[in-house]
Design a protein around this ligand. Structure first.
Ligand code: NAD
Length: 289
């Protein structure tokens, strides 16, 4: 397949390289990054011309909309625009409508699995859009990832992503504050892990990504809280889930509180550039007011 890949950052570059290594003809474009091993075009439109599938992996919805304005007029009829960025549901739907109006098809296909998953080709894709477009792009999802779930119509992929990450933000905070409470009660962290990871308090945050160093499987906590998944990316996703809750009229008080705590951590404390599990030293260093 002929593929254009727009946005070659931490996630996009390894995803594009995996497609090229699997034998696809990949042309990349990025306004800043110039990763080795990929054919690069001079503009997003030039990369998209003649492509069967145009994949985007960009920072946010405003940039996605700007790139869509450039690539959609250049794409050939029937081609698929597949956005893998994490963006707001409204931008995902607007770009899909714009693509369909131009005789194209479109998918929103955000990912879970982080930079490690992008490099290893083990991402999970959550996908919104038509059955036909999903069938066209599935062979590419199979190269870049281990699982692709077709969640529904346009926007459903982004909806799944922000709901999942709202749960993740809330459970990480709950796990970190429980560890900090356990410390103050004199409970050993390893014993806390042994009990909770096999009891009803278990979660991915505790069992797979334990925020306590030296406890549980290896995680960013064992590497000085170097990300991993940076606190500011968690804040981005919690901002998206709160914006979606507001526009859909959903009551999400735990999501709102998680957003407030990550905002404080990133903007007013030392959270920027640290893994999102560094909420544990944050809570451990605080006393009840
Ligand atoms: P990144 O900042 O490393 O990469 C984004 C790239 O887009 C940059 O190289 C930037 O130069 C490029 N770019 C910006 N404007 C552009 C334009 N107009 N035209 C072409 N290129 C442009 O970010 P990332 O970590 O690769 O994340 C990309 C997306 O994936 C984000 O939406 C993020 O939320 C999502 N995501 C990231 C992770 C993660 O762990 N990093 C995990 C899941 C999802």
């Amino acid at each position: 397949m002929k593929i254009a890949f727009i946005g070659l950052g931490n996630m996009g570059a390894p995803m594009a390289l995996n497609l090229a290594r699997a034998g696809h003809e990949v042309t990349g474009f990025d306004t800043a990054a110039r990763p080795e091993g990929l054919d690069l075009a001079d503009s997003a439109a030039a990369a998209a011309t003649d492509a069967d599938v145009v994949i985007t992996m960009l920072p946010n919805g405003a940039i996605l909309r700007a790139v869509a304005d450039q690539v959609i007029p250049a794409m050939k009829p029937g081609a698929v625009l597949c956005d893998c960025s994490t963006v707001d549901v409204d931008s995902a739907r607007a770009v899909a409508d714009q693509a369909r109006a131009a005789g194209l098809d479109a998918l929103d296909a955000p990912v879970s699995g982080g930079i490690g998953g992008a490099q290893a080709g083990t991402l999970t894709f959550m996908v919104g859009g038509s059955d036909d477009a999903f069938a066209t792009v599935t062979p590419l999802f199979d190269i870049m990832g281990q699982k692709a779930v077709h969640c529904g119509a346009s926007g459903a992929g982004q909806a799944a992503k922000i709901c999942n990450n709202m749960i993740l933000g809330v459970t990480m905070i709950a796990t970190c504050e429980a560890f900090a409470l356990a410390d103050k009660l004199g409970l050993d962290r390893q014993k806390m892990f042994d009990v909770v990871s096999t009891s009803s308090g278990y979660s991915w945050s505790m069992n797979a990504y334990c925020p306590a160093p030296g406890v549980g499987p290896k995680s960013p906590a064992d590497n000085g809280y170097k990300p991993g998944f940076a606190a500011e990316l968690m804040l981005k996703d919690l901002n998206l889930s709160q914006a979606a809750a507001q526009s859909a009229g959903a009551d999400t008080p735990m999501g709102a509180l998680a957003r407030q705590l990550y905002r404080q951590f990133v903007e007013d404390e030392d959270g920027r550039g640290r893994d999102f599990s560094a909420m544990l030293p944050r809570f451990a260093g605080k006393s009840r007011q």
